[in-house]
Design a protein around this ligand. Structure first.
Ligand code: SF4
Length: 497
C-alpha cells in the first residue's frame, strides 16, 4: 500500500491540562499523518483581560514537536484545546502556513479550526474570494471555512458557522474552537469518521470533559469513554452548560447526496483497535479477510507439498490476514499463518547513495524477510491494497530472494481504478497499476507473482455490511469510479496547491 494517510483531529473541552490530553490524543492518531502537527488552546489572559488562543505547531511527529514539555506549563494553557496531525492532501506540504490548526481573530472573537478531508468545491470558492480581494495565508482548502465564517453577514457566531458550513461541499470532519465552545462537524456524507467521548466523571477536578477524535484509539490512550459517533451532517456544540448537563445543542446540515462513509478507512487507514462508523475496525477487517478466502483462496497444493504459508504485509494487513487464514482452513485449504515480513517502524528520511533506486531503498528500509521461514515454501502474501504496485513488486522480489518456491499475492480490497477526491492522497488515474494493464493476469506478470487475486467489490461491500449492521452507506469510488459527490475530475493536486 503506498497511499499516504491524511489527517487526524482531536478536541477536548472543559478540562484543565487540555493541551496535554490533546497531545496524547494526537499521539494515538499519529498514523493518520506524520508530516506536521499542531495544538491550539483557549484560555483567559489576565494581563490583556480577554480570552486568547495560544498555539504551537510545526513540521514533524507529535513526540518531536512537543519535545519540550514546558510548553504545556507555560504556553498551551486553558481547559479547551484542538489538535491536528497532518499529511497534506490539499495545499503544498512544504508550506509552513498550511500546518493546522488554523487560528484567527475576527469580529466574533477567537476562532481555531482543524480539518480532515478535502472540499470538492474549494477551487470555485477560492476563486470567488480572490475576486472579492480576500487575502489567503495558506494554500489549504481548510482556510476557506474560516473566511466563510468571518465574512458571513449573520450576527450570532453559531449562525455564521452554520452559514459557512452550508456553502462547503465534499469531505469535512472538523473541530472548531471558539471562545466558549468546541464544535464538532461531520459532512452530510460522513466521509471521514469522527467520534464523541467523555473524559472524567465529576471526580477528576470535579469536572466532566467531552472530547472528539477521528478514531477512538485516541480516547483509549487518555482514558476517555466512547459515547457515539458524530452523525453524518451533524454539528455538535459542546459548551460549559452542556458539560454540566450532558446535553448539547445539535444542528444538522441537509443531505444532498446520501451517506457515503469512506470504506477505505476499514480496509487500511484506521487502526484495528479503533471503533469507526460505530463498529470495531478489527471486527470488520477480519470479516474482509474471511470474505477474501471465498473470493480468492490460496492455491491447492499436492499432498506431498509442504503446507503453504500465508504472510501479511505488516501492519495494516495483519488483522485481515488472520481472518483469511482462519476461513481458508475452515474451507479445507491447507495453509498456515506465519510472520514472514518484519516491518521497521523507525523509518524516517531515506538517504540514497548515487545509483541506488530510491523507492527500493525505501521499501528495504521498511521491510525485511524472515529468510529461513520462506525458503523453498509456497508463500501467499496478503496485502490490503495495490495502488501503484511498486512496493508490492519489490516485496515479491525480496520474498523470492529469500528462497520462496512460489509467490501468490492476495489483496483484501478490489482493484484501485480511480483517485480519491475526498481527502486521501492517491496517485493520478494513469499511475494506478490497474489502469496500466488489460487484465489481473498481466498485472500479476508485472509484479512477478505466480498468481494474483483481489477481493471483489461485492465481496467487500458484503463483508463490511455484515460486520457493521448499521444501515449506512459507504463510498467505494476508488474501486468503482462512482463518486457520491460530484468532483471536478480534471483537477489535480498541483492545481489545488
Ligand atoms: S474514493 Fe476511496 S478513499 Fe476516497 S473516500 Fe471514497 S472510498 Fe474513501
Amino acid at each position: 500500500m503506498s497511499i499516504k494517510d491524511h489527517c487526524g483531529i482531536f478536541g477536548i473541552f472543559n478540562m484543565p491540562d487540555a493541551a496535554r490530553l490533546t497531545y496524547y490524543g494526537l499521539h494515538a492518531l499519529q498514523h493518520r499523518g506524520q508530516e506536521s502537527c499542531g495544538i491550539v488552546t483557549s484560555t483567559y489572559d489576565e494581563n490583556r483581560q480577554r480570552r486568547i488562543m495560544p498555539m504551537h505547531k510545526d513540521f514533524g511527529l507529535v513526540l518531536d514537536v512537543y519535545e519540550d514539555s514546558q510548553i504545556f506549563n507555560t504556553k498551551l494553557l486553558g481547559d479547551a484545546a484542538i489538535g491536528h496531525t497532518r499529511y497534506s492532501t490539499s495545499g503544498s506540504s512544504a508550506n509552513r502556513a498550511n500546518i493546522q490548526p488554523f487560528r484567527v481573530q475576527y469580529k466574533g472573537g477567537n476562532l481555531a479550526l482543524a480539518h480532515n478531508g478535502n472540499l470538492s468545491n474549494a477551487r470555485e470558492l477560492r476563486r470567488a474570494f480572490i475576486e472579492r480581494g480576500t487575502l489567503f495565508q495558506s494554500t489549504s482548502d481548510s482556510e476557506l471555512v474560516l473566511h466563510l465564517i468571518a465574512q458571513s453577514r449573520r450576527h450570532k457566531q453559531i449562525d455564521q458557522i452554520l452559514n459557512a458550513l452550508m456553502q462547503i461541499e465534499g469531505a469535512f470532519s472538523l473541530v472548531i474552537l471558539t471562545d466558549d465552545s468546541l464544535i464538532a462537524v461531520r459532512d452530510p456524507n460522513g466521509f471521514r469518521p469522527l467520534a464523541l467521548g467523555r473524559y472524567g466523571d465529576a471526580g477528576q477536578n470535579g469536572k466532566t470533559a467531552y472530547c472528539v477524535a477521528s478514531e477512538t484509539c485516541a480516547f483509549d490512550l487518555i482514558g476517555a469513554t466512547y459515547l457515539r459517533d458524530i452523525e453524518p451532517g451533524e454539528i455538535l456544540v459542546i459548551d460549559r452548560e452542556g458539560c454540566q448537563t450532558g446535553e448539547f445543542k445539535s444542528f444538522h446540515l441537509p443531505s444532498r447526496h446520501g451517506i457515503s462513509q469512506c470504506i477505505f478507512e476499514y480496509v487500511y487507514f484506521s487502526r484495528p483497535d479503533s471503533k469507526i462508523y460505530g463498529e470495531m475496525v478489527d471486527k470488520v477487517r477480519r470479516k474482509i479477510g474471511k470474505q477474501l478466502a471465498h473470493d480468492a483462496p490460496p492455491p491447492e497444493v499436492p499432498a506431498e507439498e509442504k503446507t503453504p504459508i500465508v504472510i501479511s504485509v505488516p501492519d495494516s494487513s495483519n488483522t485481515a490476514t488472520l481472518g483469511y487464514v482462519t476461513e481458508c482452513q475452515k474451507l479445507g485449504y491447507r495453509c498456515r499463518y506465519e510472520i514472514g515480513l518484519i516491518r521497521n517502524h523507525y523509518v524516517g528520511r531515506t538517504f540514497i547513495a548515487p545509483g541506488q533506486d530510491k523507492r527500493e531503498m525505501k521499501v528495504r528500509c521498511k521491510f525485511n524477510t524472515v529468510e529461513g521461514l520462506l525458503k523453498d515454501r509456497i508463500v501467499v502474501v496478503v496485502d490490503d491494497s495495490i495502488v501503484r504496485g511498486t512496493t508490492a513488486r519489490l516485496l515479491v522480489q525480496m520474498i523470492r530472494e529469500a528462497g520462496a518456491k512460489e509467490v501468490h499475492f492476495r489483496v483484501t480490497s478490489p482493484t484501485v481504478i480511480s483517485p480519491c477526491f475526498y481527502g486521501m492522497d492517491f496517485p493520478s488515474h494513469d499511475e494506478l497499476l490497474a489502469n496500466q494493464f488489460e487484465s489481473v493476469e498481466a498485472m500479476g506478470n508485472w509484479l512477478g507473482v505466480d498468481s494474483l487475486a483481489y477481493l471483489s467489490v461485492e465481496g467487500l461491500m458484503t463483508a463490511v455490511q455484515t460486520a457493521n449492521e448499521r444501515p449506512l452507506g459507504y463510498c467505494n469510488a476508488c474501486f468503482t469510479a462512482n463518486y457520491p459527490v460530484p468532483v471536478e475530475i480534471g483537477v489535480t493536486k498541483e492545481e489545488n496547491d
